[in-house]
Design a protein. Sequence first.
Length: 396
Amino acid sequence: MTSKRWILFSGLLLALILANAAKALELAGLPLVVKADSTNQAKFEQALKPRVEQLERVAQQLEQLNRDGKLTAPSVELLELLTLCEQWQNQLHNAFSCRLGALQKDWQAAEINGELLDRAALRQKARNHLKLQWRADKTEVHLSNEAQKEGLQLNLHGLWHGWVLDQLATEAKRISAQQKLALDNISFRYGDLLLLNKTDLHSVVIEGLSPLQLTLDKQALVVLDRQKNLRKVGHYWLSRKLVSKEGWPVEFAPSLLVRASSAVQAGVMAQALITMPISAALEQADKVTGVEALAITETGMFFASQEWYSAQLANGTSPWKPEQRFQIEYEIPALDVAEYRRPYLAIWITDSEGKSIRQLQVLGDSSRWLRELRSWWRKIGRADDSLIGCFSWRHA
């Protein structure tokens, strides 16, 4: 073999090795990225493969359950996932659900044929599916007869991704202790989820904005970029995220960042919060210990939950340091007249030339009447559809 051919052969062999390495950690059709110190990278990847293969079998069991409506001898892991589905759906009052698989398939078909679905029929189907049940024990998982008749399909979306990362983090800790490998710098990425085992400054890219530099303290992070979560159905661009009670794509969705102490918590909360108006999402995030959320509208306005203030935004995106605060007091008079209704109100900051800098608050309960706040609508509202779905905001 000539030197030239040997170089070519070596190049092809190296490309094949790299391709196989890239495929080495893949789960349910998605790449699973593990990063560690350069001296431990290959050791961790190799040691984690058996656990990844076990998780792949769990994904296959879920596919079989959706296909056949029942599954004998379910794994402990699948039973755990189904229990978590019920717990989170109850805790978040149906804002999160694992029962949206059939509706997602309906929208995938709509994307192909280019026709919108009937909204009333979809709403009825979504609400019926939220009530459908299954029976699960060590011997069998069995969708109810009604669930099978209605075509229930389980889709664990954020829960699955977060659960996988939490499982791998636990396994990595065991491997670290067993093989005496440094665990401090390991991180995992799967889908929209990142899980760190260290304190790190992480760069987040949202389309149309400068990179955000966020300090993550051994946390999980979910990034839902609104531009990357759209699908085209006919002439319409619609979110891929569905409102559980409606089966309809989320309207006026912002980009959303969620930090949490576990990957399951981050994944589930992100799926639930993205379906809510911004104010409701931030209030919900505040109710769950260890969860922080940052919503970013289409024009780059930031709205944060109360615990988000450690976020550091790059390139002057936010002029406020975490320890800085200011307070604005205002009063809405209660008029002693018949049929009095509280007025709509918008508060925002402009520069010396009247250009809008930051939205602070909007009070109201109907997007129809927000347009009557003419100055706010002309300067801010009409340029950013994410803002239309947000009421009683609290600004970052």
